[in-house]
Design a protein. Structure first.
Length: 541
């Protein structure tokens, strides 16, 4: 293409022609672009479909360094999958936004979006314009959300020791790798969230819930600590392992005498000199320790290290100490105990000390690992869930599962309405959309029908993953919903013997389901509007 070329001259004066590289650009337009986009996105949706529900499969994702994670969480699978296709990335983002916003339902949302796109593909082939499909989907989405809100039931989150919250957390955990211990973990989640929840503002500050993992032990050894845990130990092995009624000074200055800096020389010529220096050093340490003790402190938390000499003196003075505490942890301790971070020894005063009911060292099995637990903090309600598990993979996955369950409990504190799981909400919404489609006079009726069909993918996937006949099971349950006029009938994945999800206590937060429908529809609409994809060669795979 000479029109896009340029004549140039190099340093030696030789002319050359600079041409724009046309062949390197790839461009898809119109229906071709729509189809390619939809295919890519639904391929992503297919990969997570089999991991839905209590009987869903887990995925193993091998990272670029050969590190392995095993997970069932949709957002994590997609995040780690290293998706290259630009449109497929939108689905990854979709799952992430559900994760950020709600925290649970990240697999479901991608499956719904995939199904909506598949439906759109059929309609495009029939000749309906993508924008018409988008409007139809939007109409259908508001009907679906309305129906889901209609069938929601309000639960009393305080009744019976938060039983309703536990049931919802159990549903969230039931489909995860840790499902064997869901009762215990659900209890921990509810206790943790309620401990930090601000019930007057109906919100939960997740910064106050720390989830720490420690490899070793069993999953059932996971427990809740009403305080903070830091990965440190007391500096001297003979210091007491427990400090009751702790008053701690939090230091950012090193526990050592001032050192000569580079430009100064210390002239020690005789044993006498050396002794003198030693005595000065000792005196220095002693005044420091005395200063701390005078302030009423009985535990030293120090950002820096100190040598054996200082360590021994601290031990002799009966002043337990912790050294090399990182900046972030130091701040956490300061916030939780109400102490001030002190940069100089001279500045330590009684009111700058942090207070805690008990500080103790905990050990694990036969390993040398120890952790420091600070409980009964003065200023903060912060809690820590200490997750145990046979290996790093289990611990990591358990942490992710706890996050989902915590989010689920938080959502119910914000809005205590629940909707049935097991695909019941989707089927009820599907029936409502279908009947609205029958009333619809415009061409939108086709896309509304497609929307209803897409919603059915959830119960079908749940049934399929549980080894049941997907269409058969869905048809039976849907029939049941119609005849009994009870929208709480869903797929009995665990073969408990009843399809009533209220009886099975399988329910999820209403907010989560509505957000799934809304976000999925939004992204699908966006994908349907793209009709021109221009990619430079180096990004094309
Ligand atoms: P997500 O990441 O979307 O939460 P999950 O793999 O956790 O995906 O699966 C959640 C789906 O499984 C929800 O639709 C929920 O209703 C359903 N589910 C969970 N537990 C049960 C159960 N015991 N019986 C039937 N359905 C269940």
């Amino acid at each position: 293409n000479i029109g896009r070329s340029q004549m140039c001259v190099d340093e030696q004066g030789n002319p050359f022609i600079l041409m724009e590289e046309q062949a390197a650009k790839k461009r898809l337009q119109g229906i071709q672009a729509h189809k390619a986009n939809i295919l890519a996105a639904s391929a992503v949706a297919q990969t997570v479909r089999s991991s839905m529900g209590p009987r869903g499969m887990d995925k193993m994702v091998v990272g670029p360094d050969g590190d392995v994670i095993v997970t069932n969480d949709g957002a994590t699978i997609l995040e780690k999958m290293d998706v290259d296709h630009h449109i497929a990335k939108l689905l990854v983002e979709l799952s992430k936004s559900q994760d950020d916003e709600i925290g649970d339902g990240t697999t479901g949302i991608v499956v719904i979006a995939g199904a909506l796109l598949d439906g759109a593909m059929d309609l495009i082939e029939k000749g309906i314009h993508p924008l018409r499909i988008a409007t139809g989907y939007e109409k259908a989405c508001s009907i679906a959300v309305q129906r889901v809100e209609e069938i929601a039931r309000k639960v009393d989150i305080h009744a019976d020791d938060g039983e309703a919250l536990k049931k919802a957390a159990r549903t969230a955990l039931g489909s995860k790798v840790v499902s064997g211990r869901k009762d215990q973990l659900a209890k921990i989640c509810v206790q943790a969230v309620l401990a930090v929840a601000d019930l007057s503002r109906l919100d939960v500050n997740f910064d106050l819930i720390k989830v720490e993992g420690k490899v070793g032990g069993k999953l059932e050894d996971t427990h809740l600590i009403h305080g903070i845990v830091i990965d440190k130990d007391f500096s001297h092995p003979q210091m007491p392992k427990v400090v009751n009624d702790a008053k701690m000074c939090i230091l950012t200055c090193p526990f050592e005498p001032p050192k000569p800096k580079t430009k100064h020389k210390l002239d020690i010529r005789s044993g006498e000199d050396y002794k003198k220096m030693y005595e000065i050093e000792q005196a220095y340490f002693r005044t420091q320790i005395q200063h701390i003790k005078n302030a009423g402190c009985n535990l030293v938390i120090c950002q820096w290290g100190f040598d054996d000499e200082a360590n021994h003196l601290l031990y002799q003075a009966g002043l337990p100490a912790v050294r090399w505490v990182g900046g972030v942890e130091l701040e956490l301790i300061a916030i939780a105990t109400g102490g001030r971070i002190v940069p100089r020894f001279e500045e330590i005063t009684a009111e700058k000390l942090g207070k805690a009911g008990i500080v103790r060292e905990i050990t694990f099995g036969t390993t040398k690992d120890t952790m420091l637990v600070i409980e009964g903090c003065d200023k903060s309600k912060a809690v820590t869930v200490l997750v145990r598990g046979g290996n790093q993979m289990v611990v990591d996955e358990a942490k992710r599962c706890l996050h989902d369950a915590n989010c689920c409990v938080r959502n119910l504190i914000r809005d205590p309405r629940v909707v049935p799981g097991g695909g019941a909400s989707e089927m009820a919404a599907s029936l409502a959309v279908l009947s609205a489609a029958d009333q619809e006079q415009t061409i939108d009726q086709y896309s509304m029908k497609a929307f209803a069909q897409a919603l059915d993918t959830i119960p079908m996937a749940l049934a399929e993953n549980s080894g049941l006949s997907s269409i058969g099971e869905m048809a039976t349950v849907k029939g049941l919903q119609e005849t009994t006029q009870n929208a709480w009938h869903g797929v009995d994945c665990m073969q408990v013997g009843t399809t009533d999800m209220w009886e099975q206590s399988v329910y999820e937060a209403c907010a989560s389901k509505c957000s799934q429908l809304r976000l999925a529809t939004q992204v699908v609409k966006m994908i349907l509007k793209i009709d021109d994809v221009i990619t430079s060669a180096d990004v094309m795979q």
